[in-house]
Design a protein around this ligand. Structure first.
Ligand code: NAD
Length: 273
């Protein structure tokens, strides 16, 4: 990894419009399993049951206990999850003026919690709710969302009516659901994400399998617009033929090392004082 790390430090030191494109892998070290790695949540739960609007409705009607188990596991995982050194390094690179946008496929809010300011959440956020009728959205505090998840998991999900009764209400009076992109639903803020990638001088791909489109097309777009592409992943790279630099390693180890070395080269200071 030495030579590749040196090249990545070189590229980042000269950058001022960096874009970091993250996937489930960057939150793996916060204890949130990825979708496709062994031990991931999709080994135990079928996306068709709990990952689509239709699947959720059917599971709620036919097997609410199954949905309660999924919710209980998800809430327990999120309650333990804190930003890890990978998230914090991304925020440090933004403070140094190297990175100016984070495009994330994650819905866990950990980039914002780590201090990143310009975060484009293309698959939505668990901490924003959307009205089922008028589609108005509203941010809801993490502690309130987790309490709601716990209430639903403990007893609330016995049927559609009971579940709907527990959901927060919009100003229009209708129930609101988490504003996350389920399978088959439209991605969010994709125009902003493409603009960030196209305007970038470097795009760092951090912990994504590159399997979920259209977000997975961002590195190609960035490259086409002249950006250098750095891919950080301990597993197989989805961007082998495209990346200028490929670093095989966990983002929680590689990104802090990159941020530290870029700071040493005079681009501000990494880490909190
Ligand atoms: P994915 O599950 O398809 O792939 C995860 C990638 O992360 C793999 O390439 C894997 O090699 C890599 N990885 C595993 N551990 C890593 C580590 N410590 N450091 C760096 N990389 C690591 O995830 P994806 O590509 O993001 O796409 C799946 C979809 O699942 C996304 O749309 C995302 O919205 C959703 N998702 C989100 C979360 C979350 O919010 N934390 C968690 C699971 C899935």
């Amino acid at each position: 990894m030495g030579g590749d790390l040196d090249r990545a430090v070189e590229i980042l030191t000269g950058a001022s419009r960096g874009c970091v494109f993250t996937g489930a892998g960057i939150s793996a070290e916060s204890g949130i399993p990825t979708f496709r790695d062994p031990g991931g949540i999709w080994e135990r739960f079928d996306p068709a049951e709990v990952g689509t609007p239709e699947g959720l409705r059917t599971t709620l009607e036919r097997d609410p206990g199954r949905l309660r188990s999924f919710l209980a596991e998800t809430v327990a995982t999120l309650e333990r999850a804190e930003p890890n050194p990978g998230h914090r390094a991304v925020a440090d690179l933004e403070r140094m003026g190297v990175v100016d946008a984070v495009v994330t496929q994650n819905v866990d809010g950990l980039h914002t919690q780590a201090g990143s300011r310009r975060v484009i959440e293309v698959h939505g956020s668990l901490y924003r709710f959307r009205c089922l009728v008028c589609r108005e959205t509203r941010s809801i505090e993490r502690s309130r969302v987790l309490a709601l998840g716990r209430a639903l998991a403990d007893d609330g999900v016995r049927g559609v009516a009971q579940a709907l009764a527990l959901l927060p209400r919009c100003a229009c009076g209708a129930p609101m659901r988490p504003d996350v992109v389920l399978f088959g639903e439209a991605v969010q803020s994709m125009d902003r994400a493409f603009a960030a990638a196209q305007g970038a001088d470097v795009l760092v791909v951090a912990g994504t399998s590159g399997a979920v489109y259209p977000a997975a097309a961002l590195p190609r777009e960035a490259k086409r617009s002249g950006a250098a592409v750095i891919d950080v992943n301990p597993g197989e790279s989805a961007y082998g033929g495209l990346a200028d630099v490929r670093i095989e390693g966990k983002t929680g180890v590689v990104l802090p090392e990159l941020a530290r070395r870029v700071a040493e080269r005079g681009r501000g200071s990494a880490g909190r004082g």
